[in-house]
Design a protein around this ligand. Structure first.
Ligand code: HAM
Length: 426
C-alpha cells in the first residue's frame, strides 16, 4: 500500500529547498537591518489561546483549526498563525517589562489550517512574519509596511499592490458595528446561515463573506472610515503621511476586512498583480492589534505585524519570472582509482570539507568513466583525480571543468590550493 502525504501538505525536495533557504536567508537579513530579532515559539498551543486571540467568530477558529485532546486530556491546537503565540510568549516571559521597547520580533515556521486546498492554499504552510510590540507610534506601522513591501521588492518582485484600511479604535468600531447591524438587519433572512450568526457576533465579518459577496446590501454597507473618531482618523492620517515620506504607494480600501478578530487601526494586505498568479492574489496581510496582549493576560500594550506564506512568495516569483541566484553545482569531486587511492580519497575528502571546500566522491564502486560521468552530472567545478601512480608520486591531478585546464598539485599543498580556487582567490 502506498502512503501519500496528507492533502494540503507538500514535500520540498532539493532543487526547490535551495529556494526556500535563499528566501528565508534574505528575509532574515532584511529583519536584521530593520532590527527585528528572531523568536521561535511552539508549534502547538492551548486551544484557548487561539479562541481568545484570533477570535471565536472567525473561520479560522470555527472551521479550520487542527484541535485534539492530548493524553493528559488538554485541548491542544496546531498553531493556525503566529501572532497569538508571539504575544503569549511576550506576556509569559514578561518581555514587556524589559527596558528596550518596542520589542521587535520575526518568525518563520509551519502553520496549520484545515482549508480546502488549492494553489496557494495549503493545510500546512510556512509563514514568515514580524510583530512589533509596545509602541503606539504610527511611524512603526509605516515601518512594518515598509518591511513587508521590501521583503518582496528586494527579491525582485514588481507587480505589487499595497491595500490599506483603518479599522479604528474600540469606540469607532462600536459605532461602525451598530451601523452595520442597522444596515444588514432588514436583510437578515437573505444572508447565509453563517452571516446571520456573524451579524450578532461580529458584523464586520459579514463584509468578508464569500457567499454573500454579491448581495446588493454589500454595495452600500457603511464604511468604517465614516465612523472613525478623531483619534483614529488622526492615527490613520499619520500612518499615510509616513508612507508618503518613504515614497510607498498604497490604495485605501474601506472594505478591507481581515480574517482575524484582533485588528484595530491599521489593517493591510499586499496583493500580487502579476499575470497568471492564480485565483488567490493576497501575498500577505497584517495590521495593528490593541487588545490582544491584555486578552492573553498581559498589560495594556498594543502591537502591529504582518505575515506572508513562503509558498505564495515563491508562486509570485515564478509568476514574475524572477530567477533566484542559486548555485546548485558542486565545488569539487574526487575521482579515485584503486583501493589505496580510494582510502586516500576518503582522507582527502574529509580534510577538504574541514577546510571549507564542498566536496563529494563516488560511493557506488564505479569505474573511472562512471566517476567522471557523476562529476559531470553533478556540475562539479573541479575534478580531482587520484590513481595509484599519483599516489606513488605524492601528487593529484586537478581539472578545472570550466576551462578544461589540468594541473598536477602535490598532495601536501592540495588543501590550500583548492581553498584558494573555490574562494576565487579572495
Ligand atoms: P492571515 O491573513 O491569516 O494573517 O495570513 C497571513 C498570510 O499567510 C496570508 O496572506 C498568506 O500569505 C498566508 N496564508 C494564510 N493561510 C494560508 C494557507 N492556507 N496556505 C498558504 N498560505 C496561507 C495572519 O496569519 C496574521 N497572524 C498576520 C499578522 C501578523 N497580523 C499581525 N501580525
Amino acid at each position: 500500500m502506498n502512503i501519500n502525504a496528507p492533502r494540503g501538505t507538500q514535500d520540498i525536495l532539493p532543487g526547490v529547498s535551495e529556494k526556500w533557504q535563499y528566501v528565508e536567508q534574505q528575509l532574515a537579513d532584511l529583519c536584521r537591518r530593520y532590527h527585528y530579532k528572531e523568536i521561535r515559539t511552539p508549534i502547538f498551543e492551548h486551544t484557548e489561546l487561539f479562541q481568545r486571540g484570533v477570535g471565536d467568530s472567525t473561520d479560522i477558529v470555527q472551521k479550520e483549526m487542527y484541535t485534539f485532546e492530548d493524553r493528559g486530556g488538554r485541548s491542544i491546537t496546531l498553531r493556525p498563525e503566529g501572532t497569538a503565540s508571539v504575544v503569549r510568549a511576550f506576556v509569559q516571559n514578561k518581555v514587556y517589562g524589559l527596558p528596550n521597547q518596542p520589542t521587535k520580533y520575526f518568525y518563520t515556521g509551519p502553520m496549520f489550517r484545515y482549508e480546502r486546498p488549492q494553489q496557494g492554499r495549503m493545510r500546512q504552510f510556512v509563514q514568515f512574519g514580524i510583530e512589533a510590540l509596545g509602541s503606539d507610534d504610527p511611524a512603526i506601522d509605516a515601518e512594518v509596511l515598509s518591511l513587508a513591501l521590501n521583503s518582496y521588492k528586494e527579491l525582485g518582485l514588481k507587480s505589487l499592490k499595497l491595500v490599506l484600511n483603518s479599522l479604528g479604535d474600540q469606540e469607532s468600531r462600536e459605532a461602525h458595528r451598530d451601523a452595520l447591524i442597522r444596515h444588514f438587519d432588514p436583510h437578515r433572512e437573505e444572508l447565509c446561515a453563517d452571516c446571520q450568526v456573524r451579524l450578532d457576533q461580529n458584523p464586520l465579518r459579514v463584509l468578508d463573506c464569500k457567499k454573500d459577496r454579491g448581495h446588493p446590501a454589500m454595495e452600500n454597507a457603511p464604511s468604517i472610515l465614516e465612523y472613525l473618531n478623531d483619534y483614529s482618523r488622526d492615527y490613520f492620517e499619520k500612518v499615510k503621511q509616513y508612507l508618503d515620506v518613504m515614497d510607498i504607494e498604497y490604495v485605501v480600501d474601506p472594505n478591507l476586512v481581515r480574517g482575524l478578530d484582533y485588528y484595530t487601526h491599521t489593517a493591510f494586505e499586499i496583493m500580487s498583480e502579476a499575470e497568471g498568479f492564480g485565483a488567490i492574489t493576497t501575498l500577505s496581510g497584517g495590521g495593528r492589534y490593541t487588545g490582544l496582549v491584555k486578552e492573553v493576560g498581559g498589560p495594556e500594550t498594543s502591537g502591529i505585524g504582518f505575515a506572508m506564506s513562503i509558498e505564495r512568495l515563491l508562486m509570485a516569483l515564478e509568476a514574475e519570472g524572477v530567477e533566484l541566484p542559486i548555485d546548485e553545482g558542486l565545488e569539487c569531486f574526487v575521482v579515485a582509482l584503486g583501493e589505496d587511492a580510494d582510502k586516500a580519497a576518503v582522507k582527502l575528502t574529509n580534510q577538504l570539507r574541514a577546510a571549507g571546500v564542498q566536496v563529494d566522491k563516488d560511493y557506488l564502486g564505479k569505474k573511472m568513466k562512471g566517476q567522471f560521468k557523476s562529476a559531470d552530472r553533478l556540475n562539479s567545478k573541479y575534478v580531482l583525480v587520484l590513481g595509484e601512480q599519483e599516489l606513488e608520486n605524492g601528487v593529484i591531478n586537478v581539472k578545472d571543468m570550466a576551462t578544461g585546464e589540468q594541473k598536477e598539485i602535490s598532495l601536501e599543498t592540495i588543501i590550500d590550493y583548492m581553498k584558494e580556487q573555490v574562494s576565487g582567490g579572495e
